[in-house]
Design a binder for this molecule. Structure first.
Ligand SMILES: NC(=O)c1ccc[n+]([C@@H]2O[C@H](COP(=O)([O-])OP(=O)(O)OC[C@H]3O[C@@H](n4cnc5c(N)ncnc54)[C@H](OP(=O)(O)O)[C@@H]3O)[C@@H](O)[C@H]2O)c1
Length: 399
């Protein structure tokens, strides 16, 4: 009996060794391929790995050794071939239009693509402004500055005529919808209607109008349509009702265009960055103007319910957001370049810290888990409740 049990234990030990060996060979080869191709662990790859792990346990403990090992090895091989290979198209002389190049991410992208040899059409809000002047000074002569307010139909038309005359029959390889507007970060009830409208006009309608005007050139080149959306367009974040809603509209527009433009050979991607240190938060003057703008636009009873002290402390959030954002724009630049130049781009990119993790929390966990996390992590005013809530809390305590 003792020797029989020993034989079974030895058999189980042998089979565990086989599973370990297959796992080790798979992990080594997959890691090598991931690192060689600088592949980011996007959620499909992570989900695939988790499924492999579950499959390994099932095979090991439920199936016979031969069947289990064959099935598990087969799954490892499929996963290995599923890891994308870096296959980047040549950048030289590809024509790409970027909107909102006066500052920040668009400005850095224009310089980066110019260095790679791309024929950049840098759309700027102010052709005589400091951002445009810097691009003219630093970049190669092949970069063209294009006056382009994305909310101005006349400027979009003129930009189209200018770009078309320069690219002629080659068409346009890429459009990057980068121009963006944030406005104020505050409770949705307090954000003025003008901010909601401007967010929609710049972040969504502007991108749609530019797409509709330039799309024939993009179809000609079988090129790329890339939209700079935001993590706030995928995930509800307190304080971002106006901006987040406009970016969600942009993400959905991009997703539908991806389906429709597929038949034309145009590939479409959306970028959902988290916090990068740019001008998006606006200047100190902008932050200081917030109280007045809110107070001038809310109804007296809303002002009474929230309290002027609460409204005044909302702007304290900006310096915190500025500090917690990343000054290194490399992850953003790498992802946009991949979307523009990889033979097989992804449909969505999440550059920046937590830009992948937070949407996963929203998608895959019960909503109360995500809501508690978001309220704790992002709620605009952690230290002070709106006035009416404070009063009722005090009453409850003393009752
Ligand atoms: N930085 C981040 O953490 C972050 C995160 C997620 C998503 N994003 C998105 O990334 C994109 C770039 O933003 P950024 O961070 O680089 O901020 P930014 O420095 O403010 O850049 C936005 C650019 O868009 C321009 N712009 C504003 N209204 C425009 C209009 N009507 N027409 C054309 N251009 C216009 C701005 O010009 P002015 O400077 O003259 O106003 C500015 O150059 C935006 O779409 C933003 O929503 C940024």
């Amino acid at each position: 009996m003792g020797s029989y049990l020993k034989t079974i234990e030895m058999d189980q030990f042998d089979s565990l060794l086989f599973y370990l060996a297959v796992s080790a060979v798979f992990s080594g080869s997959a890691l090598h391929k991931l690192m060689k191709n600088k592949v980011k662990m996007e959620h499909t790859l992570v989900l695939g790995l988790l499924s492999l792990l579950i499959l390994e346990l099932l095979c090991c403990f439920i199936l016979s050794d031969s069947l289990g090992l064959t099935l598990f090895s087969l799954a490892c091989i499929i996963y290995y071939f599923f890891i994308p290979v870096k296959d980047i198209l040549p950048a030289e002389s590809k024509a790409i239009l970027i909107t909102g190049c006066d500052s920040g991410l668009g400005h850095a992208l224009a310089k980066h693509l110019d260095e790679l040899g791309v024929l950049v059409f840098a759309g700027v809000l102010d052709k005589k402004g400091p951002g445009a002047e810097e691009l003219k000074r630093i970049c190669s002569p092949q970069l063209s500055l294009i006056q382009l307010d994305v909310t101005h139909s006349g400027e979009i038309k003129e930009a189209y005529i200018e770009v078309k005359s320069l690219v002629q029959d080659a068409g346009l390889w890429g459009i990057v919808h980068n121009a963006g507007f944030l406005g104020y970060v505050a409770d949705g009830e307090l954000i003025p209607m003008s901010v909601y409208k401007q967010c929609m006009d710049v972040n969504f309608i502007g991108a749609v109008q530019v797409t509709k005007m330039f799309i024939p050139l993009l179809r000609k080149a079988k090129g790329r349509l890339v939209s700079i959306s935001s993590m706030a367009g995928q995930t509800p974040i307190p304080g971002f009702a106006a901006y987040g809603a406009s970016k969600a509209a942009l993400s959905m527009f991009s997703a539908v265009m991806r389906q429709e433009l597929f038949q034309w050979g145009v590939k479409v991607a959306a970028i959902h960055p988290s916090g990068f240190r740019t001008n998006i938060l606006g200047s100190q003057e902008h932050w200081s103007s917030q109280d007045r703008k809110i107070l001038d636009n809310v109804m007296p009873d809303v002002k009474e319910d929230y309290g002027e002290d609460y409204i005044a402390t909302l702007k304290d959030l900006y310096p915190q957001m500025f500090i917690s954002s990343s000054a290194d724009l490399t992850p953003f630049l790498e992802d946009v370049c991949h979307a523009l130049l990889a033979r097989n781009p992804n449909y969505s990119y999440t550059p920046g810290s937590s830009a992948y993790f937070i949407p996963c929390l929203f998608r895959y966990f019960p909503i109360w888990v995500y809501d508690r996390f978001a309220i704790k992590a992002f709620q605009s005013n952690k230290n002070l409740l709106p006035k009416s809530l404070r009063i009722s809390q005090t009453k409850n305590k003393s009752a």
